[in-house]
Ligand binder design. Sequence first.
Ligand code: OFO
Length: 218
Amino acid sequence: MAGHGPGFTVYRQNTILVHNFLLPGNAGGEAQKRNDTMLSEKMIEALNGQVNKEMYSAYLYMAMSTHSNEMGLKGFANWFMVQYHEEMFHAMKLYEYIARQGGLPVLKAIEEPPATFDSAMDMLEKTLAHEQFITASINDLMEIAIAEKDHATRIFLQWYVTEQVEEEENDNDIIAQLKLIDNHPQGLMMLDRDLAARATTVPTDFSKGIEAAAKALA
Ligand code: OFO
């Protein structure tokens, strides 16, 4: 009978739990910090901000993939779509870390990326500039973790510090090749063929969590 017995109690608890997660009034501020979390309020907010930046990165590279296809550069389109998957993985790793540490992941609006670009060089230069921005943001997160003696987060962020070196190196390599090509269509087509070979190496199914997804790939 509704309203009586253990079933009702469980239903009520679930309802309250769902409401705590979904009501807009609880979407930020104090609600981000649970009593049992190892993370400070400031750390949770900064990590949540990074989730948003990584999601924007994915969105930006998806836009560049779309534009590459429009330009007939299928290899560039592939390279950027692989990059999209990398960024989703970066975002999900952060999301899961916040939750595992007892924080509340808070999803904010993702900014609209540009829809068109002047050239392949324009896309790569904007990619590099964006990655430099992300590197600075990761460094800021690291500074917070160090200042707060949050060693778990400091060690977690180390992965991102290393990853950013690789991200910027990849972009610089392609920019160097584009400079050598100097707008010659034949060279551009050869580079496009090379970029078509890039394959996704990160997990793309996060339904069972990052660790399970990584194991499934191994
Ligand atoms: Fe997540 O490294 Fe690019 O943005």
